[in-house]
Ligand binder design. Structure first.
Ligand SMILES: Cc1cc2nc3c(=O)[nH]c(=O)nc-3n(C[C@H](O)[C@H](O)[C@H](O)COP(=O)(O)OP(=O)(O)OC[C@H]3O[C@@H](n4cnc5c(N)ncnc54)[C@H](O)[C@@H]3O)c2cc1C
Length: 233
């Protein structure tokens, strides 16, 4: 199915927000990714299968993605203009919000890994089943790289904690999300952890959580792997 581009704007030097019209009858669960079929410019007629987490909640009329320019597909998508369209194969993935109002929630992301959690925390499913507390820990390099900081910092039912690995700024944690997790007073054994970002981030955070005796069933992750790459844990 085709979806029309409603908006395409830079969020920082490398990341852009692509807003698509939601096709009639299209449904997804907070946390899922959109499978796009992107024309392969180097290979006319061929399509590249690419996945991007949906950054908006299911209740929103449109679909928002935040995409980092990496290679051919993301370069093509970054050039799309409002009114043009892109081929959608559907919503995919088992990385979905499972509400647990009797538990604490900790979301850990790096870069564009913030996307599925933005969808989750804004969803009705989350707001109607709030956990005991929610820590949203999001890692970026510099302050100018922070994604969706304005709208996430406004949500009074979550603690939004951006962490900057290459810069220190008043009131913002200086260091990697892994450093924050190691030092923070989190009720580890009473919490559900959701991790999203590179395979290295997932590996490192999982290792910390294992040391803190977090049960395997309380760790949920999405690794932004290339479609041809195998997971390594
Ligand atoms: C479920 C899911 C959700 C995702 N959500 C997002 C998102 O919300 N935002 C976002 O920006 N990205 C997201 N990604 C990552 C994104 O889909 C990939 O980075 C995608 O490959 C980019 O496509 P590209 O053609 O632009 O770059 P590619 O050419 O695919 O290159 C991307 C990276 O993969 C490496 N690579 C290239 N070819 C191979 C190969 N054959 N084998 C192994 N590695 C290779 C490249 O060196 C580069 O580092 C997600 C991935 C998954 C699986």
């Amino acid at each position: 199915m085709k979806a029309q581009v409603l908006a395409n704007e830079a969020l920082n030097a490398e990341v852009f927000r692509l807003e698509l019209e939601k096709p009639d009858g299209f449904t997804f669960k907070p946390g899922q990714a959109l499978q796009l079929k992107v024309p392969d410019v180097a290979n006319p007629g061929a399509l590249l299968d690419r996945y991007f987490s949906i950054a908006s909640p299911p209740e929103k009329q449109s679909l928002e993605l935040c995409i980092k320019k990496q290679g051919a597909a993301t370069e093509y998508l970054s050039g799309l203009k409002a009114g043009e369209s892109v081929e959608l194969a559907g919503a995919v993935g088992a990385f979905v919000l499972e509400p647990k109002p009797h538990r604490h929630f900790v979301f850990v992301s790096m870069g564009t890994g913030v996307a599925p959690f933005r969808s989750m925390v804004a969803s009705r499913l989350f707001r109607d089943n709030l956990p005991l507390s929610t820590l949203f820990l999001a890692g970026f390099r510099h302050a100018e790289d922070i994604l969706f900081g304005e709208d996430l910092s406004r949500l009074d039912y979550i603690a939004w904690v951006p962490a900057l690995s290459r810069e220190s700024q008043d009131g913002v944690f200086a260091g990697r999300v892994t450093a924050y997790l190691k030092a923070a007073e989190i009720p580890f054994e009473l919490s559900e952890f959701y991790i999203c970002g590179s395979a290295d981030l997932v590996k490192e955070v999982r290792a910390i959580l294992e040391q803190k005796n977090v049960a395997e069933e309380s760790i949920h992750h999405e690794a932004y792997l290339h479609p041809n790459k195998k997971k390594s844990w």
